[in-house]
Ligand binder design. Structure first.
Ligand SMILES: [Zn+2]
Length: 265
């Protein structure tokens, strides 16, 4: 397994998760060894953005973050958070609004809270020059209704960790969304339907991510590793390159450029 010779960009890593944060130095070292040059730390709650800043200060050329409430945390969102979020958006290390969206698979927050919270994030995004990092699971119908209302007013949008079907993919692409692909695509039980779909994603709309510490790629060679991490982005790249039958380094360069353009880095 050769490393990528071109730089890589992990657009979604949950580095605040204790499995990764307690091993921060090793995780970062291994990332650099595998040529991961940029990592967006996924914030799922406004408190995460403040915590992410502490990690970013240690690796300011490598790490960036987002600001927003994950649909699981929608119940914690209050209108009074908006001013603080706006304040955070002014910092250079905050590169997107998110992770936000709708998740009806687990419903840790009620559907009503999720819809209200997501709508407020979309409204916020229309007022500033930041893209959105979105999460949708089993909620396509409501999600697309809201997206259609706001997407033309928002800088740019990525539907991260896309796991949906052809219909939902086409509706996102019709709205000009970017698509984030994770190790889900390597999962024989849940991800192989994506093999046919990713060829429909235009080469200038594709990005890759680990969503670590979750979603360990199935093509990762060591089977007893407990958690996924950004260095394993090379396995997501490998899988996508072989599915698309594309030269790995050409693909890596396209994806890296897409990611830098999207996050304005
Ligand atoms: Zn997500």
């Amino acid at each position: 397994m050769a490393n990528s010779v071109t730089p890589l960009f992990d657009i979604g890593a949950n580095l605040l998760d204790s499995q990764l944060s307690k091993n921060f130095n090793e995780v970062i070292t291994r990332s650099k060894e595998n040529n991961i040059r940029k990592i967006i730390i996924t914030s799922s709650h406004i408190d995460d953005t403040y915590q992410a800043k502490e990690l970013i200060d240690r690796e300011p050329d490598l790490l960036y973050t987002t600001v927003g409430f994950h649909p699981h945390n929608a119940k914690d969102f209050k209108d009074s958070h908006i001013d603080k979020m706006l304040e955070l958006c002014e910092h250079d290390y905050v590169k997107a609004i998110g992770e936000c969206g709708l998740d009806y698979k687990r419903n840790y927050s009620s559907k009503n809270d999720q819809i209200t919270c997501f709508t407020k994030h979309l409204e916020l995004a229309t007022s500033i020059d930041l893209p959105m990092f979105l999460h949708e699971r089993d909620a396509h119908e409501d999600f697309i209704i809201l997206l259609k209302e706001y997407s033309h007013l928002v800088e740019d949008i990525v539907v991260h960790c896309f796991t949906g079907d052809k219909k939902s993919l086409s509706s996102y692409l019709d709205l000009g969304c970017y698509i984030g692909v994770t190790g889900w695509i390597t999962d024989p039980n849940r991800g192989y339907h994506l093999h046919d779909l990713i060829s429909y994603v235009p080469s200038d709309k594709l990005m890759i991510e680990t969503d670590s510490p979750y979603l360990m790629p199935f093509n990762y060679p060591i089977k007893n590793k407990k958690y996924n991490e950004p260095s394993n982005l090379i396995y997501v790249l490998d899988a996508v390159a072989s599915i698309l039958q594309k030269d790995k380094n050409i693909l890596a360069e396209e994806i890296y450029n897409n990611s830098c353009r999207f996050f304005n880095i």
